[in-house]
Design a protein around this ligand. Sequence first.
Ligand SMILES: Nc1nc2c(c(=O)[nH]1)N[C@H]1C(S)=C(S)[C@@H](COP(=O)(O)OP(=O)(O)OC[C@H]3O[C@@H](n4cnc5c(=O)[nH]c(N)nc54)[C@H](O)[C@@H]3O)O[C@H]1N2
Ligand SMILES: Nc1nc2c(c(=O)[nH]1)N[C@H]1C(S)=C(S)[C@@H](COP(=O)(O)OP(=O)(O)OC[C@H]3O[C@@H](n4cnc5c(=O)[nH]c(N)nc54)[C@H](O)[C@@H]3O)O[C@H]1N2
Ligand SMILES: [Mo]
Length: 769
Amino acid sequence: MSGSKIPAEGEGPVEIKEYTGAAGGWGSMKSLTTILPEERIGTDALDALRRQNKPEGFMCVSCAWGKPAKPHIAEFCENGAKATAWEMTSFRVTPDFFQKHSVSELDQWPEHDLEQAGRLTHPMKYDAATDRYVAVSWADAFEGIGAAMKRSEAKKVVLYSSGRASLEASYMYALFARMWGQQNLPDSSNMCHETTSVGLKNAIGSPVATIQLEDYEKCDAIFAFGQNVGTNAPRMLHTLRDCAKRGVEIVTFNPLRERGWERFTDPQNPIEMATGKSTRISSQYHQVRAGGDISAILGICKLSIEADDAALAGGGERVLDQHFIDQHTVRFEEFAAFCRAAEWDDIVRESGLTRAAIEDAARVYINAKAVIAVYGMGITQHRFGMDSLYMLTNMLLLRGNIGRPGAGPGPVRGHSNVQGQRTVGITEKTELAPVDRLKALYQFDPPTEKGWDTVESCRAILSGECQGFVQLGGNFLRAIPDYGRMKEAWAKLPFTVHIATKLNKSHLVPGKESWILPCLGRSELDIQGSGRQAVSIEDSFSHIYGSIGKATPAADTLLSEPAIVAAIAKQVLPENSNVPWDAWVADYGKVRTAIENTYPDKFGNYNERLFQPGGFWKGNPASHRKWETKSGKAEFNVPRALNSSGFQDKDGRFRLVTLRSNDQFNTTIYGYDDRFRGIKGTRQVVMINVADQQRLGVKDGDIVALVSDADDGIERMVDGLRVTNYNLPDGTIAGYYPELNELIPLEHHALESHVPAGKSVPVRVRTGS
Ligand SMILES: Nc1nc2c(c(=O)[nH]1)N[C@H]1C(S)=C(S)[C@@H](COP(=O)(O)OP(=O)(O)OC[C@H]3O[C@@H](n4cnc5c(=O)[nH]c(N)nc54)[C@H](O)[C@@H]3O)O[C@H]1N2
Ligand SMILES: Nc1nc2c(c(=O)[nH]1)N[C@H]1C(S)=C(S)[C@@H](COP(=O)(O)OP(=O)(O)OC[C@H]3O[C@@H](n4cnc5c(=O)[nH]c(N)nc54)[C@H](O)[C@@H]3O)O[C@H]1N2
Ligand SMILES: [Mo]
């Protein structure tokens, strides 16, 4: 059994009551005036905020939303500012800190306290005799890591990256892996939008959004699925507000009524702030069951197709774009037959929505000339997540809503450079690696055997096959499912290397040998041989931006990510004059030239265009209706199930949605408040609606446990959760990630993309514990 009790937090009074404010507004100002002084940040940080997301400024380390060519006076949001403050804190985790606290002790600390302790300052190596990390020189660290890697079989070592590292660092990291003879290059995308990368590629031949920021100025309807804008991409609220004001219909599908999709007060608008005025965002809000999107969209498609059938029969105006369907798509007839045959009883049951509600949504869809479908983790993190995504593209294809202005799929990516990492070679899949170019440029034979993704890496860790784990940022152990089982196996790894800015749980379960290598953050000045360096990132719209850090580094002992990656590569690889690692570290412009030589179509004149306002666009074939799919056309797909949970409903079984609060960035917990959801002072909650509470015989404030209800016979439990009244569809309950990751079986993942299915986890509620 892998049960755990979450340690008590003692973070001030717990208060749970409905939040009545809009997203943004004074609430977000108040939240900022708390975190900025808490992190004791200096004038450097305020100056950095002023420059955040502006040409020649630094690009926010929080979300991947686009940075407009004409930025606002303050082009940052509450959560972007928190992320900056968190990185620019004046607290430090020095060798003394590690002398005071053993690793076993630190492992008991809540995640919040670990990161709040401050920025890592020195390279550290674990000493088992004293159970402490002790300071080592950079030279000794690299030598030790090199030796550990060379003792291992390259193909059994994982090189993970979290989506924050720059294009330059990521390109070097992936190149190093391949020159070493492997491509075990999972990244956070494997837990996130990989369903998009696989599903959109299959359906329309492009693994990313086909739209750009400016398309939001041209759409007349937005369909939004499973994304929490107010918390996870708050700058998008400005875009949505402008759309709503223009009369764009915004139709939202989400089991929770997320405040950002309801209304918004612009903190940068003095009149709105003074009058408390807010803009309504969604014109319709549908509280779909967790996993119910397949059926909700099926209803919309069925109504569209049947309206078109009627128009054909009666001579009315066509609803479908027949010309587009004929010219550009395959398998329409199969899909249309499936929709016509679908039964409303099934659609209503599986979506959790009434037929009338779906008819309202369909009316908007049918009348709109240009539709954007925006989505997040509520679509991708399900067992049949790809079927949900296919339904979303099916819907768009019916009326030719892909590849023209103001229309198309708009996945909202997570980490600020997660999409870019894939672009420059961080992938375990050979077909996505630029094998021929690498071979020509560096004269070696890149590996062709598929590497491990996140789930496969976890399997190899569990089985003992994995011989070592390097992470370029991130907190892998805490972000993955099955925390209890994985933690035990992780401790047996022969070596781990963590390139990080802050201490986290992954560092505190040392393998036989473990190093922590502290690096510069993106906001910091990075001086190398040729002077001050810039790095670059790619946003959700495939726009690429330069970023220059200006703040004084947290310690003069820090190295940059490119410098660390190069040093490790030089230890492990035989002397190879074809990669001038030192020259690259001295001048990142040379890495960009190498990237341009590897991907000439996407990165032409890279260095010249680095600071183009609004970023430069790497292009997208599907946006001009060039379909790089197997069939050469956009593909309709019939879904394999009517809901995406991938398990049967049963008495007492719930679909658990694991969510982010407004006070966290993934496993980084800034605080214990989730303002928009009215939850203060705690994260140990399970949100349940009143009818489900009555069925369970529990009430608001009771303490319960959640237990895994997967059919694999493994007991998994999280105890000490406070029942919290919440407006949710029957049978859907919710709580926070990462605390609940214990409950997700590793094998409960999206089928093709292997994204852990954190948005419908089968659980039971255990009372009286
Ligand atoms: N401040 C802040 N910003 C962030 C992050 C952060 O942690 N904090 N994380 C970054 C990262 S890496 C990512 S990937 C993104 C994540 O951003 P989101 O995609 O918004 O991710 P989640 O917070 O997990 O919320 C998913 C949303 O989907 C809804 N949902 C759950 N299940 C379903 C379903 O079956 N159907 C539908 N229609 N909706 C459902 C939930 O109610 C919730 O509103 O944000 C990025 N930005
Ligand atoms: N149950 C459940 N599980 C989930 C999710 C969910 O919704 N539900 N979401 C999934 C998703 S979408 C994602 S993206 C993953 C996130 O997984 P990760 O990306 O691995 O996790 P993060 O919490 O973003 O990583 C935080 C750590 O990154 C390090 N760091 C911060 N900035 C830098 C930097 O500039 N450089 C370096 N080198 N290190 C830095 C710090 O040490 C910090 O502790 O989690 C996934 N797990
Ligand atoms: Mo993510």
